[in-house]
Design a protein. Sequence first.
Length: 152
Amino acid sequence: MHDLRFQQPDSDATLAEWRHVHNTVIPTHVLSLDEVRERAGRNHLEVVHAGGELVGCTTVRPPQDGSRTATVIARTLPEHRGRGYGALMYAHGLERARELGAEVVETVVLSSNEDGLRFALKHGFTELERYVLPGETVPWIDLRLVEEPDEA
């Protein structure tokens, strides 16, 4: 059983932990501490520890402006992948998105993050579109969770 501890960043130290995971997993889109503070004001961010060690972070972008779509992102540090942490972090983020009123769940993965893309596809996401942000060269991939119909 995994002993994961989820914590909303509530200090510069925990915001810096979230930033470290983000910038490690997404080295083409490095964020400053001020940018992370801004994101924490509009999204639900959490840092994730196992046995006191930082293993990842999550982001839930809540539905906005009458939308029922939330974005759930789970990032696992490379040295902690393959241990089931990503699935637990994703499930935790999905639960939070549902609490915030999401009926549709999306995620976004940097195309160079092959582990992240494989994870998303394995967990029921399907690709919507690929795009390159201004000033960047590596495409992003938006994906949507496709729920399996209930079996009658």
